[in-house]
Design a protein around this ligand. Structure first.
Ligand code: MV4
Length: 462
């Protein structure tokens, strides 16, 4: 078996560059794709070749399956890495690659389909003994059925779209009077956004932490997990700070959740790299939530604490190699934190695209910056607002926090607003420092400050 000679990267920004870096270290040629208004993008300069796939409108370029397959055929690329977002979890794309005799660097089409069908995934895992949240065992047909389940599991409950995920198409219900309305609104949303109105209902668990486990599986069915990431610091389902390991995890809990993740991957006949998402309640109960069938934005924190290059491993697995590491040699070393720096107002989170006039990037011991921007680059409103990931690694969480504050202090960006002041504020918050937070932390912080009338603006802007 041989590694690929050439890979096309069907993405842009920092993740395209992250993939190009892995390819270069593996001796693989790279093809970048870009839209016609992106001639200044760094991923084009770093790749061996580049192909324009259409106009800036993402539907016509980064989501344009025929254009991307044509680019791969024209350049003789043997495989396509989709990165995250865009076509990464599109089963039609994975299937189209397969039919064009191009390797899709990711799991099987079947894995992607199951990951996108939350009802089916939950049913499979429940049968195999992975803990799931009490609720409907399949899709709910009407409010009568939903009412029965709400009575059984107790209020509040949550209505979720089977095709949803990442917080889209969900509705929390606190009173049975609201059930009928919530179902019809959720159904309408699910049909509009996902083209599938299937809904399910669960007990709504409050004050949860978002815990996800990185897994990797080879074609022989060997599966390993690389420990957990705690992604509870988020706002409106947009993750802002992630860390590994979780500050509240014990070795015992890690072992348990790791075993659930491996059990889940086995049950799904999973291949390549992926993430099993869980929620952890205040009593340390852990429940399966979703499967993410892609490499995630926050994968670097796991790389820092395990020493495993997840992208290189992903490419090698797609080429047919077996896992390069055994579970017994995975050790969690120190602590890693990632801050997503967005081109947004640090108070309102409104996107602020524009030109970076000058910039200085942090460095020094234990600091990694994954980015595609540079001084003189203009951030386009066509793409998402994440412009850099600052990742630190240190011996322990206290040192990692100090290192992140130091790195963000060094980071100079002139010309656009960024979320750096927001991150500095969270990193010095006593509850964050103690590791005492849940997915409601950011919203609560903002509500508190509004109530105190301190005006977060005055605190945030130095
Ligand atoms: C839940 C929940 C509480 N109870 N389900 C949000 C995104 C999707 N992955 C699942 N989500 C949740 N599902 C039950 N039954 C709370 C959330 C949730 C959440 C989960 C992970 C990270 C952030 C979150 C923020 C709000 C709600």
């Amino acid at each position: 078996m041989a590694i690929f000679k050439k890979i096309l990267i069907a993405n842009r920004g920092e993740i395209a560059i992250r993939i190009i870096r892995a390819c270069k270290e593996l001796g693989i040629g790279t093809v970048a794709v870009y839209s016609d208004r992106e001639k200044e993008s760094m991923h084009l300069r770093l790749a061996d070749e580049s192909v324009c796939i259409g106009p800036a409108n993402i539907a016509a370029s980064y989501l344009n399956i025929p254009a991307i397959l044509t680019a791969a055929e024209l350049t003789d690329a043997e495989a396509i890495h989709p990165g995250y977002g865009f076509l990464a979890e599109n089963p039609q794309f994975a299937d189209a690659c397969f039919k064009s005799n191009i390797t899709f660097i990711g799991p099987t089409t079947e894995n992607i389909l199951t990951g996108g069908n939350k009802i089916k995934a939950k049913q499979i895992l429940k049968r195999k003994g992975v803990p799931v949240i009490p609720g409907s065992d399949g899709p709910i047909d009407d409010e009568k059925e939903a009412y029965k389940i709400a009575k059984k599991v107790g209020l509040p409950v949550i209505i979720k779209a089977s095709a949803g995920g990442g917080g889209k198409g969900m509705r929390v219900v606190h009173d049975t009077n609201e059930l009928a309305n919530a179902i019809s609104l959720a159904r309408h949303e699910a049909i509009t956004y996902f083209g599938d109105g299937s809904l399910y209902i669960e007990k709504y668990i409050t004050n949860v932490r978002h815990i996800e486990v990185q897994i990797a599986a080879d074609k022989t069915g060997n599966i390993i997990h690389l420990g957990e990431r705690d992604c509870s610091i988020q706002r409106r389902h947009q993750k802002l700070i992630e860390e590994a390991p979780s500050p509240i995890f014990t070795e015992k809990l890690r072992k348990k959740v790791g075993e659930y993740a491996i059990k889940a991957a086995k049950a799904l006949n999973y291949r390549n790299v992926g993430t099993i998402e869980f929620i952890l309640d205040r009593a340390d109960n852990i429940y399966f939530m979703e499967i993410n069938t892609r490499v995630q934005v926050e994968h670097p924190v796991t790389e820092m604490v395990t020493g495993v290059d997840i992208i290189k491993e992903q490419i090698k697995l797609a080429a047919g190699y077996n896992l390069s590491v055994k579970q017994s040699s995975i050790v969690i070393n120190g602590h890693s934190i990632e801050c997503r720096v967005n081109a947004e107002d640090p108070v309102t989170f409104t996107p602020c695209p524009g030109k970076i006039l000058s910039m200085f990037m942090p460095g020094g011991p234990g600091v990694r910056v994954d980015t595609a921007v540079y001084a003189g680059y203009t951030i386009s409103p066509h793409y998402d607002s994440m412009i850099a990931k600052v990742i630190v690694h240190a011996n322990n969480r206290t040192e990692a926090i100090a290192r992140m504050i130091r790195a963000l202090d060094e980071f100079q960006i002139v010309g656009i607003k960024t979320t750096i002041p927001f991150h500095k504020k969270v990193l010095s918050n006593p509850s964050f420092i103690k590791g005492k937070f849940d997915t409601g932390f950011i919203e609560e912080l903002y509500a508190q400050e509004a109530a105190q009338g301190t005006g977060i603006k005055n605190i945030l802007i130095p």
